[in-house]
Design a protein around this ligand. Structure first.
Ligand code: SAH
Length: 502
């Protein structure tokens, strides 16, 4: 098959700012070559089978040199679907033009998918329109990289012309050369009183905006210890920020929440616009136990009811059905009980509807099942070493119940290690735990519970809460129903209430 290379703009940081076309290319990629500034969350969109190469920040070592990237694009683009994922827009200070030249010269098919460039997005997220009626009708994008004094031979930037010609100047790669840039603008006649803003990590949860004037910005930037990636915006439009800043004025901006749940990835981070950074980590890996289920399904045709303890139990059940060459039709006539809304939704996705949706398992569910007049034989599909209350209560009432350990969970130490390290570096403001086992695994990797002083803790339900309390912790948040989305929104509510007290 003939290959093709897509030069795709990933946007400035917020993963939601990639284009629909860019995302579609990414989802079909066989090879992804990403720049270090590209948000890693986007790489999860590539197919599992895709090869992913991330260029290092330092332009040394493997894939550091531009020539090497060009060679790789030409080599692999002949036969593979390659996505070259670049920060912002590929053709704005991204060397995308050079890559396209190399591809054109080698006769490799390519397309360019533009992206939202940092000079548009970072000011927008800081509440600064780059043009504004009555204030600025010309905007210039330049790189501060070429602001050396005296000018670098071959530098193409006529700073005098730039300074005089444009109302708004947006300067890429400018923090490390801020002194030179400002000197040149002042020398070209811009006023020392003119407003300047520097936006660091624009569109990301850690976005910082520093406001000053051309006369004061150099000292202020040094004080604030600004670091790349950052953009400098010069012009009267900076004053509008005072009125229309929005991103960093949201109630939970700057706050971070960690959700430790095997299904946390299903919560879309954009669902709540309160500004909190949501980090989701799965503390446990789920391993289906197909042979146990297949064995239990041997007598499928005699079964009258199945209770499913979780989403994972649904997945394991359907995995086993598939392995047996069966599908959802095999469940016709069998009553299904789902514990939790999410479990019921998963059944729905698989094409079957739960007859009974319980908010809690255990004895309460047994009562509901008996009250509804269900009969056996019945399967209870749950985690290995899961709770026994449901099957015991049903058994006592005379129902023939078989319990299957449909899956087991094992601690994912790599994922837990990453979450714990991030907490040690920059403590989360809130942490939500979705299972007792996941909670214990996290505490073990974290080491000392005192590292959680000052962090708001939430538990999805009673057993998880008990595990935390046993470890000597105080749990302040527990939703009325044991649902992940409810845990997440209760944590947000409690965080907001806490901020108000301060
Ligand atoms: N092609 C990219 C620019 C690459 S040059 C684009 O179109 O945006 C890298 C420079 O872009 C950085 O030094 C910084 O000046 C700017 N930049 C990239 N991401 C940024 C961000 N999230 N916030 C502020 N500036 C950013």
């Amino acid at each position: 098959m003939a290959g093709k290379v897509y030069l795709v703009g990933a946007g400035p940081g917020d993963p939601g700012l990639i284009t629909v076309r860019g995302l579609a290319c990414l989802r079909r990629a066989e090879l992804v070559i990403a720049d270090h500034l590209v948000n890693p969350a986007l790489l999860d969109e590539a197919p599992l089978a895709a090869e992913v190469i991330v260029r290092p920040e330092r332009r040394s070592g493997p894939y550091g040199a531009q020539e090497e990237i060009n060679r790789l694009l030409v080599e692999r683009g002949r036969s593979q679907l390659v996505v070259r994922l670049k920060g912002g827009d590929p053709f704005v200070f991204g060397r995308g033009g050079e890559e396209a030249e190399a591809l054109a010269a080698a006769n490799i098919a390519f397309e360019v998918v533009p992206g939202v460039t940092a000079a548009i997005a970072a000011p927008a997220y800081a509440g600064i329109p780059v043009t504004h009626r009555g204030l600025s009708g010309v905007v210039a994008f330049a790189t501060g990289h070429e602001a050396e004094d005296p000018p670098r031979p071959g530098s193409r930037i006529d700073w005098d012309a730039v300074a005089r010609g444009a109302g708004t100047l947006v300067l890429y790669m400018s923090v490390n050369r801020l002194g030179e840039v400002v000197r040149r603008l002042l020398a070209a006649g811009r006023s020392p009183d003119e407003p300047v803003a520097i936006v660091e990590r624009g569109t990301l949860p850690g976005q910082r905006t520093l406001e000053a004037t051309l006369g004061t910005i150099v000292a202020r930037a040094a004080e604030a210890e600004l670091r790349p990636p950052a953009l400098t915006i010069v012009g009267e439009v900076v004053r509008l920020r005072e009125k229309i800043a929005w991103f960093d004025r949201r109630p939970l901006f700057g706050r971070s929440i960690l959700l430790l749940a095997t299904r946390a990835g299903e919560l879309a981070p954009g669902d709540e616009d309160d500004g909190a950074e949501l980090v989701t980590v799965s503390p446990l890996q789920v391993v289906p136990r197909f042979s146990a289920i297949k064995q239990a399904l041997g007598k499928l045709d005699e079964l009258r009811a199945i209770a499913l303890a979780s989403v994972h139990a649904v997945d394991a059940l359907f995995g086993a059905l598939t392995a047996l060459g069966r599908d959802a039709r095999a469940l016709a006539g069998i009553k299904l009980a789902a514990i939790g809304e999410a479990t019921a939704r998963r059944l729905e996705e698989r094409g079957v509807t739960a007859d009974l949706i319980a908010t809690q398992g255990g004895a309460a569910l047994a009562e509901e099942i008996l009250g509804a007049g269900w009969s056996g034989p019945m399967l209870v599909a749950r985690a290995l070493a899961g709770r026994e209350e449901l099957s015991e209560a049903l058994g006592r009432a005379g129902l023939a119940v078989t319990v299957i350990d449909a899956y087991e969970t094992v601690a994912d130490s790599a994922a837990l290690g990453r979450a714990a390290r991030r907490h040690r570096l920059r403590p989360f403001d809130a942490i939500g735990f979705a299972s007792p086992k996941g909670a214990r695994a996290f505490l073990e990797v974290l080491g000392a519970t005192r590292l959680l002083d000052g962090t708001l803790l939430g538990a999805i339900g009673e057993t998880t809460r008990a595990a935390l309390v046993e470890a000597g912790l105080t749990v302040e948040v527990m939703p009325a129903h044991p649902e992940l989305a409810a845990l997440s929104s209760e944590l947000r509510r409690a965080l907001a209430a806490r901020s108000k007290l301060k």
